[in-house]
Design a protein around this ligand. Structure first.
Ligand SMILES: [Zn+2]
Length: 218
C-alpha cells in the first residue's frame, strides 16, 4: 500500500530526523502507523487545536507525521506530491497548469496554503487538494471549473469582485462577443459551489491570480 502524501514527502526529503527525544515504539495518533514515535508536545505548539482530527487517540506521532508538522504554516509553499517526488510552487498560478489538466490521480496530492494559519501537509490525501481546513477530491468537474475560471479571468477579463457575484453582470456581458455568452452563462453558476465555500473560493483566487510580473505589466 502506498503511504500517505505526508510520508511520501518525508521520504522524498531524505527521511529527515525531527527535533525530539529519540523515538520509541508506539502508534501514531494521526496516521495509526505502528513503529517509532515521538511525543507530539515537542513538535506541536500548545495552541494546536487539531487533535480531534487524529483518529488514533494517542498524542504521539510517527517521524513522518511529526516532520510534516515541523514546518510552520506561514512558510509552507504550495506542493505537488507524488509517490516519489515533491515539487514546490512559488505561486498558486503555476499549479493551475497541473490542476486544469484533469483530475489528480491516486498517486498525486496537492497542498495549497492560502490563509497560512494551519498545518496542511499532514492532512494531504492522494487525489485531493488540501487547503486551509479543507481537503477536497480533485476530480474532472473541479478541473473543468478551474479551466473556465482561468478563461473568465484572462480571456473575458472578469474581475474578482464581479466573479464573486452569483450571476455575470450585464455590463460585462455587453462587452463580450456573442459567441462567449453561452460559456460565460454556463461557467458562472457552476462556480457557485466554490463561491459559497470561503477556503475553496480563496484557493480558486490564488490559483488564477496573474503572476507578479504580469500583474505589473497590466
Ligand atoms: Zn503518522
Amino acid at each position: 500500500m502506498l503511504s500517505d502524501p505526508a510520508a511520501a514527502a518525508w521520504v522524498a526529503a531524505g527521511r529527515p530526523a525531527v527535533d525530539a527525544p529519540p523515538p520509541v515504539d508506539g502508534r501514531c495518533g494521526r496516521c495509526g502507523e505502528d513503529g517509532p514515535t515521538v511525543t507530539s508536545a515537542r513538535i506541536i505548539s500548545e495552541k494546536f487545536t487539531g487533535f480531534d482530527a487524529w483518529p488514533f487517540g494517542s498524542r504521539r506521532l510517527c517521524v513522518p507525521c511529526a516532520w510534516a508538522y515541523t514546518r510552520q504554516p506561514t512558510t509552507q509553499p504550495a506542493l505537488l506530491i507524488t509517490a516519489t517526488t515533491v515539487t514546490e510552487y512559488s505561486t498558486g498560478a503555476a499549479l493551475a497548469d497541473v490542476l486544469t489538466d484533469g483530475p489528480l490521480s491516486s498517486t498525486q496530492a496537492v497542498v495549497l496554503p492560502t490563509a497560512r494559519r494551519r498545518h496542511i501537509l499532514p492532512a494531504a490525501q492522494w487525489g485531493h487538494l488540501a487547503t486551509d481546513g479543507l481537503v477536497v477530491p480533485w476530480d474532472a468537474p473541479a478541473a473543468a471549473r478551474l479551466t473556465d475560471l482561468v478563461w473568465l479571468r484572462t480571456t473575458v477579463g472578469a474581475t474578482w469582485p464581479q466573479l464573486s457575484r452569483s450571476a455575470p453582470p450585464s455590463r460585462l456581458l455587453r462587452t463580450q462577443p456573442a459567441e462567449h455568452w453561452p460559456r460565460i452563462l454556463a461557467a458562472w453558476p457552476a462556480l457557485q459551489t466554490w463561491r459559497i465555500t470561503p477556503p475553496l473560493w480563496a484557493t480558486a483566487r490564488s490559483l488564477t491570480n496573474p503572476p507578479p510580473a504580469a500583474a505589473e505589466l497590466a
